[in-house]
Design a protein around this ligand. Structure first.
Ligand SMILES: [Zn+2]
Length: 148
């Protein structure tokens, strides 16, 4: 168990999905995170290393856990809605990416008493979601078919 010890404080950057610092004490963890942020701000790793700011944490410890902030885990609810709609936009049938940006859409809007349940929720691409606003799904589909 050489080199292992209990770590009690961890500073995270949720947007970047990165661990900024880890330490036994809160003040040390915060100091480490502040140093790292300062290092990132000046964008000069060499200068930081010379200043001793990088010594505290190995590079692989502070590297982003996920490749990009977009690749966050898909919630179970989102997955269920995606599967219910066979991975396509409910309105225009455009294929959607599970981890991509699509909206969860209330078929009967909440403003009109629509429930927050899977049975009332569908996947919608962003253009469809934005143009639908508070109309019901049936009104929207009828208008889209009759209007053009
Ligand atoms: Zn669509």
């Amino acid at each position: 168990m050489n080199g292992l010890h209990a770590v009690r404080f961890m500073v995270l950057d949720p947007a970047a999905g990165a661990v900024l610092s880890i330490a036994d004490e809160k003040t040390a963890a915060l100091r480490g995170a502040r140093n790292l942020l300062r290092v990132e701000a000046c964008r000069s790793a060499d200068a930081a290393r010379e200043a001793g700011q990088f010594e505290l944490w190995p590079a692989d410890l502070v590297a982003p856990i996920q490749p990009s902030p977009r690749a966050k885990p898909v919630s179970r609810r989102r997955r269920e809605i995606f599967q219910k709609c066979a991975g396509c936009c409910h309105y225009c049938a455009r294929p959607l990416e599970l981890a991509g940006s699509w909206h969860i859409e209330h078929m009967l809007p909440r403003a009109l008493g629509g429930a927050d349940e899977i049975s009332n929720l569908v996947a919608a691409c962003i253009p469809c979601n934005l143009s639908k606003s508070d109309r019901t799904a049936i009104e929207f589909v009828l208008e889209a078919k009759g209007g053009r």
